[in-house]
Write a protein that binds this ligand. Sequence first.
Ligand SMILES: N[C@@H](CCC(=O)N[C@@H](CS)C(=O)NCC(=O)O)C(=O)O
Length: 204
Amino acid sequence: MKLYGHPDSGHALKVKFCLNSASIEHEYEVIDIFSDKKSRNPDFLSRSKHGEVPLLVDDGKNLTQSNAILVYIAKKYGLYGADSELQACLEWLMWESNKIGMCLPQLRADKKLKGCELSKGAREWLLARYVHDVSVINNELEDGRSFIVGDNLTIADFSLCGYLMYAEEAEVDIPKNVDVWRDRLKSLDGWSNPYEMLGTNENG
Ligand SMILES: N[C@@H](CCC(=O)N[C@@H](CS)C(=O)NCC(=O)O)C(=O)O
């Protein structure tokens, strides 16, 4: 199994954190996502449908789209909600991809990445979306549950935390329950700083 990612990619972080947390052996290669697409590793380009990370190669299959990859891992290994919580996980995965995953990455890029600066109006609009979306997660956690679907860690947690683990770089507020939940995830085996986790090539 081989994962391709980049240290600035919260989408790649979801998958890397899930694999590390489950102690699933894999190789890892960094792809320079800021380089011209055509200049990227040709083997990677031939396998990644949109030339994007994350890409997971397993058993001759080329798997793309972070949330779909999480479902693949959960099903293959019977982990993280694959058996009893799959429907609830899928709901959060779909929610993530056009809610928190469609404002927080842009707010972070605005503050962190050259050439990704937002106009004032665009930042305000995305910030309002973020405040709404993060409050949805915060409210869900209000009953004191340990993880987003309940007391068990699922792929929905890996999905939702992808960009929330970089939230400070976006210069946004993190509500209390979300902060506690993030700390709980950071205390899991397999967690380390995203730049350490995703910045260096690994050979299985
Ligand atoms: N919807 C995709 C998003 C993947 C994505 O946007 N990847 C970015 C990094 S976060 C990328 O590879 N960008 C480089 C490019 O498009 O050239 C997923 O969930 O995996």
